[in-house]
Design a protein around this ligand. Structure first.
Ligand code: PMP
Length: 326
């Protein structure tokens, strides 16, 4: 769907997958106005296809658009564009639990204009790809690297927007994590360099035992981390399952002490792609600690199953989170 400042949003077209043509002076290539989203379509037991909270992705997309001085796309149009593409490609929606059709909406500045300013022309594009189970051999805990050399997001920056530049700036830390034998980066806040924010493409959760109670905790939204839709959903699912669920500020020292003192029994990451990924080992320049002996814990397993069962229609959708496409 094209956009111009003069005409607003134009008519969308459905095209076979293939390259797109951009002017070499297209604003996105030089000044980085590029935002995106990611969500999935799931086959239901009765053969229908549903997406999970697509309006939430549309709202987050528009929040990203505002931060990058790009035009907002009406929420209905965002959802309808996905519905049209999914209906067209419905045979590509897999049947197995854990598999899905991944949707990737994005918007780029296409105006040919050298000079730093908000572009006047944009393109909204939606592509789709079947996505297999993230852990085909069963859920395997990951090792994470606490990045101290790099920062993902600073106050007033673009951390809470899903813009391409955030990911570009984080790749070098990902390389560092790999060199340290880790799978993922854990980002700390930019001001104190101490509070845990999130992971490369996922939010983070901790499970504490407090006074005989199991408490599920995630860092609170501070404006520098991405407000994950899985994160928000898990806070609600955890409460329904009878856990206390809270948003708190957690420092890296709190994290280490809670593990060593046995108060933290599990940690896991969550996001659209991996659903829930348990964290088995935490590494930093100062040492290495194991959580739950490096194994997947019961709370992560229970939440993972609850979310997957909801998305795949095994459990009833009591919150009205599923959107029927076809
Ligand atoms: N943080 C970052 C930086 C991400 O890229 C993602 C993936 N969109 C998430 C968190 C998780 O968000 P969601 O649950 O909406 O997929």
């Amino acid at each position: 769907i094209p956009y111009s400042e003069e005409l607003g949003w134009g008519k969308g077209v459905l095209k076979p997958y293939g390259p797109i043509v951009l002017d070499p002076a297209a604003s996105v290539l030089h000044y980085g106005q590029a935002i995106f989203e990611g969500f999935k379509a799931y086959r239901q037991p009765d053969g229908h296809v549903k997406t999970f909270r697509p309006e939430s992705n549309a709202h987050r997309f528009n929040a990203s658009a505002r931060r990058l001085a790009m035009p907002e796309l009406p929420v209905d149009l965002f959802v309808e564009a996905a519905d049209i593409l999914i209906r067209q490609e419905k045979d590509w929606v897999p049947n197995a639990i854990g598999e899905s059709l991944y949707l990737r909406p994005f918007m780029i500045a296409t105006e040919a204009a050298l000079g730093v300013k908000a572009a006047k022309e944009y393109l909204f594009i939606l592509i789709a790809s079947p996505s297999g189970a993230y852990f085909p051999q069963g859920v395997k805990p990951v090792t994470v690297w606490i990045s101290e050399n790099y920062v993902r997001a600073a106050p007033g920056g673009t951390g809470s927007a899903k813009c391409a530049g955030n990911y570009a700036a984080s790749l070098v830390a990902q390389t560092e994590a790999k060199a340290e034998g880790c799978d993922q980066v854990v980002w700390l806040d930019a001001v104190h360099r101490r509070y845990i924010e999130e992971m490369g493409g996922m939010n983070i959760f901790f499970v504490y035992k407090e006074g005989g109670e199991t408490v599920v905790v995630t860092p609170m939204l501070t404006g520098t981390l991405l407000p994950g839709i899985t994160r928000l959903s898990l806070l609600e699912i955890a409460k329904k399952l009878g856990f206390r669920a809270e948003e708190r500020r957690i420092s890296v020292d709190d994290w280490r002490e809670a593990i060593l003192e046995g108060r933290m029994t599990e940690a896991f990451a969550c996001g659209t792609a991996a659903v829930i990924t348990p964290i088995g080992t935490v590494k930093s320049a100062h040492g290495e600690w194991q959580i739950n002996r490096g194994e997947t814990g019961p709370v992560a397993s229970q939440l993972r199953e609850a979310l997957l069962n909801l998305q795949h229609g095994v459990d009833a959708d009591l919150n009205g989170w599923m959107h029927q496409v076809c």
